[in-house]
Design a protein around this ligand. Structure first.
Ligand code: DOR
Length: 454
């Protein structure tokens, strides 16, 4: 099979046709051509007789709506020794991801309009994928939240209820109550109870990263999740819980669905304690921690039964030096934006979830949860964002493949079945067969409830 790029002469009806791929969208799965004009999906069906400036043969490949990763840490400004917006976005498109939402725990943290505007201008046509930026919710900016969350290019508010990398933290119960009452859009939360984390500091064992989930235990996560859900219900506000790590939280959420949406990471679905700490030590340390196989099983159950709304990578790169320090001085977090698609396609191939559910979690889900306009579906008029994958290709993930500035992955040496072959962002080819294509064309995401013009 050859997936060659063909260019034809100009003055033709469409800019691009993806020919003969198996399209996976809201109506199921079937072989279709997709025509693109001015960055949007213009036509779907059998377009054999139709002309186009460029035709890409996708026979034998699956075309998914562009994968949206709604949790990454691209570290710019201030922490560019780990990552920057450009290298992070190279990792995204190399892994088949077309859109990312970047977190506010940079240096300085993103907590006001000036810092958000600075990030947006750094990102425009320097990032390879499309982007939005969260604004950190703090004691100082609560009163400005109704304006901040609506600025064009903002993904909304992110709150750290428990401390993690960086200085952002909002653990005061009265302030949290007030912040939630001020929300208009859905806001995202890191739910670990800070009081309990501080109280249990003594549980960490020097040099033993397997004590990380003992210190930051499942109860710390459940207490914070319960508090958050109760406040969301009290004020009738929408909240999104990031990287859920316990089966107990999933049980609780099933009974409290009205105001809450849920994210899980490939890391919590793939690694489990104690083996992962024995094999990878501090390299698999993250917050909230990777837990035992029993929690993992219950998180999978929540993926399959629909409790989970989206998958996010929580791409959190740190240098090898920072990860290699003796626990607990080692940093929490690992890169993941580039490995999300291949790791999850491997889970699809081993029968743990369907391809349709993968698409639901990575495009339809984020579109619905965050109210993204014109992304997340393969339908006429939507942005021509596509993740083109070869479901049968077997490849081994290696550190040398990693585009992230940190230069390593916890999945080094893992052989997967299912691989990203192409990444299209609003009709621009950003990656094909491993090659990242210049120029960078990333632009900010539009939201139904955003768009307050600066
Ligand atoms: O492990 C983590 N690392 N969890 C977070 O919530 C933050 C992240 C980071 O920024 O390094």
């Amino acid at each position: 099979m050859s997936n060659k790029l063909t260019t034809r002469s100009s003055n033709l009806a469409y800019d691009l046709i993806l020919r003969g791929g198996t399209v996976v969208n809201h109506e199921g799965m079937g072989i279709r051509d997709i025509a693109v004009k001015a960055g949007r999906i213009a036509c779907l069906g059998d377009l054999g007789m139709v002309s186009s400036k460029k035709v890409i043969n996708c026979k034998g490949l699956h075309i998914l709506p562009g994968v949206i990763d709604s949790q990454v840490h691209f570290r710019e400004p201030g922490l560019e020794h780990k990552e920057n917006l450009q290298t992070g976005s190279r990792a995204a498109v190399a892994g088949g991801v077309t859109t990312v939402f970047d977190m506010p725990n940079t240096a300085p943290p993103t907590t006001n309009e000036k810092q958000l505007v600075d990030k947006l201008s750094r990102a425009h046509h320097r990032m390879f994928c499309d982007f939005a930026f969260y604004i950190g919710g703090t004691s100082e900016n609560i009163d400005n939240i109704p304006e901040l969350e609506k600025i064009e290019g903002s993904a909304g508010i992110k709150v750290f209820m428990g401390s993690s990398t960086g200085s952002l933290l909002l653990d005061d119960k009265v302030e949290l109550d007030y912040l939630i009452s001020r929300l208009g859009r859905r806001a995202a939360f890191h739910a670990e109870d800070e009081t309990r984390l501080v109280m249990r500091q003594h549980i960490k064992r020097v040099g033993d990263s397997s004590s990380h989930p003992e210190w930051r235990d499942s109860r710390s996560a459940l207490i914070a999740t319960e508090r958050l859900v109760q406040l969301a219900e009290k004020h009738k506000r929408r909240v999104h819980i990031l990287h859920i790590s316990t089966g107990d939280e999933m049980d609780y959420l099933r009974a409290h669905r009205q105001w809450v949406t849920a994210e899980v990471t490939p890391n919590h679905l793939t690694f489990s304690a104690p083996d992962c700490y024995r094999e990878l030590g501090t390299y698999v340390q993250m917050n909230p921690p990777v837990r035992n196989a029993e929690h993992q099983k219950r998180i999978w159950q929540a993926v399959v039964d629909g409790t989970v709304d989206v998958l996010g990578s929580d791409h959190a790169p740190h240098t090898r030096e920072e990860k290699g320090r003796v626990y607990p001085d080692s940093y929490s977090g690992m890169p993941g934006v580039q490995t999300l698609v291949p790791i999850m396609l491997d889970h699809v191939n081993s029968g743990r979830l369907s391809l349709a559910r993968f698409v639901d979690l990575t495009s339809h889900g984020p579109q619905r949860v965050f109210g993204i306009t014109s992304k997340g579906r393969i339908a006429i008029g939507y942005d021509a964002d596509f993740t083109v994958v070869d479901l049968k290709r077997q490849k081994t993930i290696t550190d040398s493949w990693i585009e992230s500035k940190c230069g390593w992955t916890p999945y080094n040496g893992v052989t997967v079945t299912g691989w990203p072959v192409g990444t299209f962002v609003r009709g621009h080819l950003a990656m094909w067969e491993g090659e990242i294509l210049l120029p960078a064309r990333g632009e900010s995401v539009r939201f139904q409830e955003g768009g307050l013009l600066r």
